[in-house]
Design a protein around this ligand. Structure first.
Ligand SMILES: NC(=O)c1ccc[n+]([C@@H]2O[C@H](COP(=O)([O-])OP(=O)(O)OC[C@H]3O[C@@H](n4cnc5c(N)ncnc54)[C@H](OP(=O)(O)O)[C@@H]3O)[C@@H](O)[C@H]2O)c1
Length: 270
């Protein structure tokens, strides 16, 4: 058998893309399949996943498993793991997580916010636990948590989106600090705006001028940036970190390392 390229040795043979039916998730699936990774595609809309599965099989001759599932349901990560069975997940991309409500906090119900909380917190935590454990045992793998610049502070009409994306950011940076010397790469991808069907639909719904024609960064470019940055972690901030001399992600890296060293005095270095 021919030797695998370094990318596939580190992140293969299977990638799990949670939120793969369109936009950034579908762009990740295409980029990973083009490198020869098999893909597990998860989202709610099965026809869109099946169409992408056919495209990946026809274009890249990889194996693809489709799982139609709602990631905001309690216990869904374990059910997905059961469907994946013996397939070895070397790369977890958690991409689902846009805010479908876009309202002031009190204008959506507790149940609505709870579903976003499960989508962007509980299922993220469970996925990192379930799929991170075997990666640590193999001493190779990667995790990309697709986040938002909304993680960096509160924004009107985005309270729970900001809060849950901040959860993802802190979880991802802590996991990077725990796993970086054990062969598993972790990256938080903080996006400003990106051209996705969800974003365009929201802009149309909210009456934004030029909603369909405004130029937005492409999902393909952002995915390429993220895959380049993944070995370095822990945080890539788009678009700031694409500019010459940009230091936004590097500043967070320094912060994580500094606080980790300070905390070690009290909680140990194990
Ligand atoms: N678009 C932007 O400008 C922007 C800006 C900052 C950050 N981001 C982040 O980038 C990521 C992708 O953005 P997006 O605009 O494409 O968002 P999205 O609406 O979350 O859609 C991404 C994918 O996730 C799936 N998905 C959404 N909710 C799901 C659920 N409950 N269960 C299973 N699958 C689900 C969608 O497919 P189905 O509908 O078929 O389930 C789709 O395939 C998100 O995490 C978002 O927060 C986006």
């Amino acid at each position: 058998m021919p030797e695998q390229p370094p990318f596939n040795r580190q992140y293969g043979p299977w990638a799990l893309i949670a939120g793969a039916s369109h936009g950034v998730g579908a762009a990740f699936a295409r980029a990973l399949a083009s490198q020869g990774l098999n893909c597990v595609l998860v989202a709610r809309r099965e026809p869109a996943l099946q169409a992408l599965r056919q495209e990946l099989v026809d274009t890249y001759a990889v194996e693809v498993l489709v799982i139609a599932a709602d990631l905001s349901q309690a216990g869904i990560a374990e059910r997905i793991q059961a469907r994946i069975a013996e397939r070895e997940i070397g790369l977890l991309i958690y991409n689902a997580g846009g805010d479908p409500f876009l309202t002031r906090f009190l204008a959506s119900s507790i149940e609505q916010w709870s579903s976003l909380l499960r989508l962007n917190s509980q299922t993220v935590m469970e996925s990192c636990h379930l799929f991170g454990q075997p990666m640590l045992e193999r001493q190779r793998g990667g995790v990309i948590l697709v986040g938002s610049q909304a993680a960096l502070g509160g924004i009107r009409k985005l309270a729970m989106y900001c809060a849950t994306k901040a959860f993802m950011l802190n979880l991802g940076e802590a996991l990077w600090a725990e796993w970086k010397d054990r062969g598993v790469h972790v990256l938080n991808l903080l996006i400003g705006t990106v051209d996705t069907p969800t974003m365009r639909d929201a802009m149309v719904r909210l009456g934004v001028t030029d909603a369909l024609t405004m130029a937005l960064p492409s999902a393909e470019d952002i995915v390429a940036d993220a895959l380049r940055q993944l070995p370095h972690g822990p945080t890539f901030i788009h678009p700031e970190d694409t500019r010459d001399g940009a230091q936004a992600g590097q500043a967070r890296r320094a912060h994580v390392l500094e606080k980790t060293a300070e905390a070690a005095v009290f909680i140990g270095t194990d």
